[in-house]
Design a protein around this ligand. Structure first.
Ligand code: SF4
Length: 282
């Protein structure tokens, strides 16, 4: 079988993920071992490699060795997690993506100024948990949920998890403005790299017969990519590695598209493309 293979521009590591990995590698080069609260990024294959290099993900600050070094993951953490780490006297190195940090600061500012903070995002995602920690009492809504009716005269503040889809953000803004509010303040905290990646993926998906989205199943932005590619009507498969490819999926396909989430390394994309090339007889 022969087919054309096209990889979407802006696939793979974003600057925030690249930065977090560089920080981890640099730290491990001198300390030989370090901890992270939860996985540093959402890609199991990269986490396995970092684990082999000495990075140990743990669930809570209390699980960190008091004499050890802890790296704050790219999704950030709640302020109380930071204080607990400081109390434990572990050395902490912050690898929170600067854009996530900006979203945290926006949520905190809104809460301090008395706004009812609404966060568009996935309730159990670590980034969103961190945002809620910066704006206690914030209301989290996902793209499919209605915004609860807020009391008359409310001051409403809105931020988004950085990897949300702009169309969903606009929908939430529209729902918010249906409230009988006094004031609304909106911070568009969606990351530009995510928007560009999503645009490129949708553009490619509309021009191929099958689309592959590479990345961690626990990665919010990869799941979003798969969702929006699927929404174009093209056959879409979300897989983590080349080993998951079922060649039967490619029967009769002439044009094959590939994109990858922000936490998917170049080597996973390359391995997958070379597997496709082999199947295509290239
Ligand atoms: S997707 Fe954007 S916000 Fe998230 S880590 Fe990457 S650069 Fe930062």
């Amino acid at each position: 079988m022969r087919f054309e293979i096209r990889v979407a521009p802006n696939s793979g590591f974003c600057f925030g993920v690249r930065r977090a990995i560089e920080i981890a590698e640099k730290t491990l080069a001198s300390t030989k071992e370090a901890f992270s609260i939860g996985p540093l990024i959402h890609n199991p294959q990269v986490i396995d490699r970092l684990r082999q290099a000495g990075l140990q993900p743990v669930d809570s600050p209390e699980a960190v060795d008091p004499s050890g070094t802890v790296i704050i993951r790219s999704h950030g953490v709640r302020p109380d997690v930071l204080s607990r780490l400081n109390e434990r006297a572990a050395k902490s190195i912050d690898a929170t993506c600067p854009l996530v940090k900006k979203a945290q600061q926006s949520a905190e500012l809104l809460a301090l100024e008395g706004y009812t903070v609404v966060i568009l995002g996935e309730r159990n995602h670590p980034e969103v948990e961190g945002l809620v920690g910066h704006a206690p009492g914030a209301i989290v809504v996902n793209a499919d949920e209605e915004v609860p009716v807020l009391p008359h005269g409310s001051k409403i503040g809105l931020v988004a998890q950085t990897t949300q889809y702009p169309a969903d953000f606009r929908r939430v803004i529209e729902r918010i403005t249906r409230n009988d509010f006094d004031e609304a303040r909106i911070f568009n905290t969606i990351c530009h790299a995510t928007v560009e990646r999503q645009k490129a993926a949708v553009e490619l998906a509309t021009d191929v017969d099958i689309m592959f989205v590479l990345g961690g199943r626990n990665s919010a932005n990869t799941n979003h990519l798969a969702k929006i590619c699927k929404a174009t009507g093209v056959d879409t498969y979300h897989i983590e590695t080349a080993g998951e490819l079922d060649e039967k999926w490619l029967d009769g396909k002439r044009r094959v598209g590939v994109t990858a989430g922000a936490s998917t390394p170049e080597w996973i994309i390359e391995q997958f493309v070379s597997r496709l090339e082999k199947v295509s007889g290239g």
